[in-house]
Every structure is written in structure tokens, then in C-alpha cells.
Design a protein around this ligand. Structure first.
Ligand code: ZN
Ligand code: ZN
Length: 154
């Protein structure tokens, strides 16, 4: 997911480049995503590059109630300006900037979309994960999956 934007940086404001890419797997810490499809547009701004687009991915997890594995479809869109390292003239700002801003066009005129994928995909993982809205969960006594069968505990 690394793009060299040297040519685009030399173009006029408003010039665009579109890309589409797919990844079989993408890991962000503990989270694993599969079948990632990403459409992006890179737009030359006054001095930098605005990157926007949308991301779709599948995410595997477990139902909070019945613990069955579930596959979720995630979709999100993003817009971030990548600032060229060379546009930061003041060394103090440069140091500060380098430490805090993740969206930087590096010294080789490359942008890496890793942080975008990571931040935006992780942010759309639902907090409550259910196989279906009315999942009956597990019996607290015999641990039977109550979606599949009724137990005799109650
Ligand atoms: Zn469930
Ligand atoms: Zn039971």
C-alpha cells in the first residue's frame, strides 16, 4: 500500500490519481481483516496530497452471546491530507510533526496507507457483536447454544 507521489507532487493543484487495490489479509495489532478492497483518489493540493476514498473489508469475530464465529462486512470512507516532509521548514515543528503526524509523505516521496487502513477499519468494528439481533445465547448452566436447541435446565 505504498505509493510514490513524486510525479503527482510536481503537477498542478487539483490534479488527481485514482487507484484501486485489494488485499487478502490485513492485520492491525490484534485485529485481522480479510478481502480488503480500497478505492482511493489522490489529489494534489497547494503543497501536499489529499487522499480520500473508501474501504471495504470482512472481519471475523465471535458473537458476544453464543460465541459462534461470525463474519462481518465493514465499510468506511476516509479523507486525510498527507503532508510532505519537505514542506516543514522549521526544525522544531519538523521534530514535533514527525513524532505526532502519521500522514506524512516521506523523504522518498512515498505515502503509506497502512495507518489509514488500520485507523479507519478498527474504528468501524462494532462494539456489540452479535450473530443476529435476537441471538438467544448460551444456557448459563449447561452451555448449550440456545439458538440450536432447547436444554432442560430451566
Ligand atoms: Zn449469537
Ligand atoms: Zn442448559
Amino acid at each position: 500500500m505504498i505509493f510514490n507521489v513524486a510525479t503527482l507532487l510536481s503537477k498542478n493543484v487539483g490534479e488527481k490519481r485514482k487507484h484501486k487495490f485489494k488485499l487478502e489479509n490485513f492485520s492491525a495489532g490484534k485485529q485481522n481483516f480479510i478481502d480488503i478492497v480500497c478505492k482511493i483518489t489522490m489529489l494534489k493540493t497547494h503543497k501536499n496530497i489529499l487522499v480520500y476514498g473508501d474501504i471495504g473489508a470482512k472481519y471475523k469475530d465471535y458473537c458476544d452471546r453464543c460465541l459462534q464465529s461470525i463474519m462481518m462486512n465493514l465499510e468506511t470512507n476516509f479523507e486525510e491530507e498527507f503532508i510532505s516532509f519537505y514542506n516543514i521548514e522549521d526544525t522544531i515543528i519538523q521534530n514535533k510533526f514527525h513524532g505526532s503526524n502519521k500522514y506524512v509523505i516521506d523523504i522518498y516521496n512515498q505515502i503509506d496507507l497502512y495507518e489509514i487502513l488500520k485507523d479507519y477499519l478498527v474504528s468501524v468494528i462494532p462494539i456489540k457483536k452479535l450473530c443476529e439481533d435476537n441471538c438467544l445465547g448460551l444456557c448459563k448452566i449447561c452451555l448449550a447454544n440456545l439458538n440450536l436447541k432447547k436444554c432442560i435446565c430451566a
